[in-house]
Design a binder for this molecule. Structure first.
Ligand SMILES: Nc1ncnc2c1ncn2[C@@H]1O[C@H](COP(=O)(O)OP(=O)(O)OP(=O)(O)O)[C@@H](O)[C@H]1O
Ligand SMILES: [Mg+2]
Length: 285
């Protein structure tokens, strides 16, 4: 069957620390968009330690390496047949699994990875890309070609926050449209002595959205392989993920003057860019 030409939206999940929820949230983003009837592909671009198939309990079939091989051998071949499909009830979406064996990560080039995304966006309404927590050449390429980048962070330890600040400052130097990069705080109410307010002051901006800490729901969804967005769960994390996704689908890449106001209403924070004297800021200046 010929592939359609639809120029899909690319949503990338990025961070400057590991274990901040990139995979959990990207899996849920893919699930919820698929549930809403969109054509969705989730690409696991954590090439060495990808977890998408683990989180979805998908049996390993063909990895990104195999898919790229097919694409190179026969540019006209349908890619749809090469992907792994996740199904839950009537909901389904396709997955590009990370390499297996792991060393195959060295056998795909950044150029190939970019071409694959360009190809996928012609087939799907949404291409979701799960990445790693570094400014690698591959990740920078993904930031470039994305429609929206969700820069996930957590407030736990000083080094994590320092890296979030460095990462956020670095992203700013890339001069993307300000609405393209969305800072999302995950596990917001996890026990920590560092306040979100201090972190926002340090970053010089508020979080676009704030997701709560709910270890039990997050773990259950991983153990069962059923993302929160599909399990019908109405726990606080599932609800807030849905709110985040609705903000993406309603106003994809078209934020405007009420952007900030909306952020703070939704995230229920009281950030003011004028306040600059938090103890955390002093630590870094
Ligand atoms: N909001 C949350 N509340 C509680 N636990 C969470 C939340 N989000 C993620 N987790 C848990 O944090 C752990 C790390 O999540 P995840 O694997 O999605 O992070 P990651 O950023 O993809 O990590 P990596 O950088 O290793 O790929 C998982 O055990 C997950 O269940
Ligand atoms: Mg991950």
């Amino acid at each position: 069957m010929p592939e359609e030409n639809i120029s899909g939206v690319v949503l990338t999940f990025f961070s400057t620390a590991s274990s901040v929820g990139k995979t959990l949230i990207s899996v849920n983003m893919a699930s919820e968009l698929a549930r809403q009837g969109y054509r969705v592909c989730l690409a696991d671009y954590d090439l060495q330690f990808g977890d998408v198939c683990n989180y979805l309990k998908l049996p390993f079939e063909r990895s990104i390496k195999d898919i790229i091989d097919v694409m190179k051998r026969n540019p006209d071949a349908s890619l749809k047949d090469q992907l792994t499909t996740y199904r839950y009830g009537t909901v389904s979406f396709d997955v590009v699994p990370s390499p297996e064996p792991m060393e195959d990560a060295y056998n795909v080039t950044v150029e190939d990875c970019k071409k694959l995304i360009e190809r996928l966006r012609l087939m799907y309404d949404y291409v979701i890309v799960d990445t790693t927590s570094m400014f690698s050449v591959l990740n920078l390429a993904m930031l470039d070609l994305s429609t929206i980048v969700t820069f996930l962070g957590v407030v736990d330890f000083i080094p994590t926050i320092k890296n979030m600040k460095m990462g956020n400052d670095t992203v700013k130097t890339l001069n993307y449209d300000t609405n393209k990069i969305r800072l999302v705080l995950n596990r917001s109410d996890a026990k920590t002595r560092i306040s979100m307010d201090d972190v926002e002051r340090l970053l010089g901006q508020g979080f676009y959205h704030v997701l709560p800490n709910d270890f039990q729901s997050a773990s259950e969804s991983i153990v069962t392989g059923v993302p929160l967005a599909l399990s019908g769960s109405d726990n606080v994390l599932a609800k807030e993920i849905r709110v985040l996704i609705s903000r993406y689908t309603n106003r994809v890449y078209k934020e405007n003057a009420d952007f900030k106001q909306t952020i703070y209403q939704s995230a229920n924070t009281e950030y003011s860019g004028k306040r600059q004297n938090g103890w955390l800021s002093k630590l870094f200046h």
